[in-house]
Design a protein around this ligand. Sequence first.
Ligand SMILES: NC(=O)c1ccc[n+]([C@@H]2O[C@H](COP(=O)([O-])OP(=O)(O)OC[C@H]3O[C@@H](n4cnc5c(N)ncnc54)[C@H](O)[C@@H]3O)[C@@H](O)[C@H]2O)c1
Length: 263
Amino acid sequence: MTNRTAIVTGASHPKGIGRAIAICLARSGVNVVATDLQGSTGLDTIAAEIASHGVKGHAIACDVTSKQDIERVISETKLKFGAIDILVNNAGVGMGSANFLEVTDTDWNISLAVNLKGLADFCQAAIPEMLSQDNAGCIINIASLSGLGAIEDIPVCYTASKFAVIGLTKQLAVQYAKDGIRVNAICPGSIHTQMHETVLDMIANENNISIAEAQKLEDSNIPLGFTGKPDVVGDTVVYLASDSSRYMTGVALPVAGGMSPGL
Ligand SMILES: NC(=O)c1ccc[n+]([C@@H]2O[C@H](COP(=O)([O-])OP(=O)(O)OC[C@H]3O[C@@H](n4cnc5c(N)ncnc54)[C@H](O)[C@@H]3O)[C@@H](O)[C@H]2O)c1
C-alpha cells in the first residue's frame, strides 16, 4: 500500500489499539498521521516509531470533539501528504457504571460526543477530500462487539454509542458506494489495553473477585481462549484498507476470538 496516507485517531498510547493500527499500516507501507488528545502519553514518540518502518509519520494533537481540531488535521494532512486515502476512527471512551440507574448525564454526553459525534464529524470533514481525489479512499470505524449485542457488565452509554457507530457505518457505506468510498467497521471483542483494564476492574467489582479471576472469567467466554493483543485489530485494519477487501463495504466485522456479542 505504498504512497497511501492514513489518518488514525486516538493513536498515541503505547498499549492502545490506535497505536497498533498506526504501526501495522506503517509496516504495510502507508504514511500515517497519528492523532490523539494534547499531552496524551506517547504522542511525542509515535511519529518516529512510524518512520522507523520506512514511511512518513506525523503526529497532531486533536480532540475529536473539536471541529476546529479535526479541520486542522485534514488540512495539515493534505498539505504534507497531498491526499487522505484511509481514515481510521479509533478514538473512544468507555465510561459509566454497569448499573443503568447510576449512569450520569456526563457519562452519556462524553460517550456520545467522542464515540459517535466525533467520529461522524471526522467522516464529514474527510469525505469531501476523498471525493475530490482520483483514488476514492476508505473509512474504517472501530466499533465494538458491544455494537452488535448487549454484553453483561458493559455500561449502556458505551453499548448504545457503538450500536450507533455501526448504523452510521452502514448508512455512509450505502451513500458513498457509488463514489467508490468503502466504509466498514471493526468490532473488537476483548483486547489487552488500558481501556480493557478498566473493564476488568468493573467485572472484578461487580462479581467481588480479583482482577486475575476476572481475566480468567473473561477468557472462559472466548472460544479461542485468550484476550487478543492490539495488533489483531491493526492487521484487520490493514486488510480492510487494502485492495484485498475491495468488494467489502458496510460490514461490521467481529475480531473477537469467536466471542458471542450476546443479546
Ligand atoms: N480494548 C478493548 O477490549 C476494546 C474492545 C472493543 C472496542 N474497543 C474500541 O477500540 C478503540 C480503542 O480503544 P483502546 O482499548 O485502545 O482504549 P484506549 O483508552 O487505550 O485508547 C483510546 C484512545 O482514544 C483517545 N481519546 C479519548 N478521547 C478522545 C478525544 N476526545 N479525542 C481524541 N482522542 C481521544 C485516548 O487518548 C486513547 O489514546 C475504542 O474506540 C474502543 O471503544 C476496545
